[in-house]
Design a protein around this ligand. Structure first.
Ligand SMILES: *Cc1c(COP(=O)(O)O)cnc(C)c1O
Length: 396
């Protein structure tokens, strides 16, 4: 019996192998940075979301150490029992203040992960009688949040605000949520947030924004997509992650204080889980200082320069560089196996660029997902571009 069950899994995994869809992990032996030791070998990585290069910053390492000395290792309970530490409260107050130019009567709540924050927002705000209008390329955690909410879900095509306007106009739901990534994680382009916000205001809908790849990266002060586009509205429910540009881990929701209060009452992924270690919150506080200050500005400028350099240096014949101004720079190859072969050939030369395949991206759009960090040097970027150009120029 047991063997039959295992046989079935093994057979399915052989099929994944045959279709170029088997996923594998590499083990990283050194801190997150461009230059890594991976399974015993040196590699130059273009795959983390540590856009500002803060994950291994001495100030954050010290803050984590200091947080552990002050608050201990674990929180011991959920936020609603006894796990809500002074460290979490200070961080929430600081995040609310940081996002205040863009959110009215702001309050912030911290979460263990962005995945959980997305589940929490959608499940608590939509409910079974709500209707969710979800962008076609949304992150898996938003899709799962919509499922958890049991609300009706309408999917609108990527960037298609006219289709969304039609769907909103036809809806009779009292409780409507438009849900979108701000920067699309596998494409690097930006959602038309200004137009989406106008539609939400006209139709009395919430605009739920997942700014996982914008927070810390976009905007003069790193406040993300809302600052970049100059948006502010009580309709906005904002989610930023703290494990990408912020370099630590976790996530937060910033919204009108009534929304935050409601999440504390009803968001099961907030209520029924142990609060993150307080030291993590303490380290994020140090990260916010860097993001909002001069160092953050310098790092964003370096990131922009590297992005420009990469785009100027890539000269592709067979493959397509997607249209993106963000540090996510995808090169679309098409079929799965050629994308895997390209990633393997790059790895052979010491470059780590992941091949992203379905179901993460649509069929026949398998791609190399290059991500840049403020810690990459111009030489790092130029060497990668030369290697990608060489592979692209080879006969298929
Ligand atoms: C990474 C990511 C998340 C999940 O955040 P975690 O903190 O890693 O759980 C959510 N949405 C998007 C768009 C992401 O890229």
């Amino acid at each position: 019996m047991t063997m039959e069950l295992l046989d079935r899994l093994q057979q399915e995994m052989r099929q994944l192998d045959e279709r170029g869809l088997r996923r594998r992990r590499r083990t990283v032996e050194t801190p997150c940075a461009p230059h890594l030791t991976v399974d015993g070998r040196p590699m130059l990585a273009f795959c983390s979301n540590d856009y500002l290069g803060l994950a291994n910053h001495p100030a954050l390492i010290n803050a984590l150490r200091e947080g552990a000395s002050r608050y201990g290792a674990g929180s011991g309970a959920s936020h609603l029992i006894s796990g809500h530490s002074l460290a979490h409260q200070i961080l929430e107050d600081r995040l609310a203040e940081f996002m205040a130019p863009h959110i009215e009567s702001p309050r912030a709540l911290t979460f263990c992960t962005g995945y959980m924050a997305n589940l929490a927002m959608l499940a608590a705000l939509a409910g079974a009688d709500g209707e969710i209008f979800s962008e076609a390329l949304n992150h898996a955690s938003l899709i799962d949040g919509a499922r958890l909410s049991r609300a009706a879900v309408k999917i609108y095509p990527h960037g298609d605000t006219a289709a969304l306007a039609d769907l909103l106009g036809a809806s009779h739901a009292k409780n409507k949520l438009v849900v979108t990534d701000s920067v699309f994680s596998m494409d690097g382009d930006l959602a038309p947030l200004k137009r989406l916000l106008e539609l939400c205001e006209r139709h009395g809908a919430w605009l739920v924004i997942d700014d996982a790849h914008g927070f810390g990266v976009l905007g003069e002060n790193g406040r993300g997509a809302l600052e970049h586009l100059g948006l502010r509205s009580p309709h906005i429910v904002y989610m930023g992650t703290l494990g990408k540009a912020a370099g630590v881990g976790g996530a937060f929701v910033a919204a009108h204080e009534t929304v935050a209060d409601w999440l504390v009452q009803r968001a099961r992924p907030y209520i029924y889980t142990t609060a993150a270690p307080p030291a993590v919150a303490h380290a994020v506080l140090a990260s916010l200082e860097l993001i909002g200050g001069e160092e953050g500005r310098q790092r964003r400028a370096r990131l922009t320069a590297s992005t420009r350099l990469l785009r100027e240096s890539l000269r592709l014949k067979r493959w397509t560089l997607m249209d993106s101004d963000t540090p996510i720079q995808p090169v679309v190859i098409g079929a799965n196996q050629p994308a895997l072969d390209a990633a393997a050939a790059l790895a052979e030369e010491g470059f780590w660029v992941p091949a992203i395949r379905p179901p993460t991206v649509p069929a026949d759009t398998a791609r190399l997902r290059i991500t840049l960090s403020a810690s990459h040097t111009a030489d790092d970027v130029a060497r990668l571009a030369a290697a990608v150009n060489r592979l692209d120029a080879m006969e298929a």
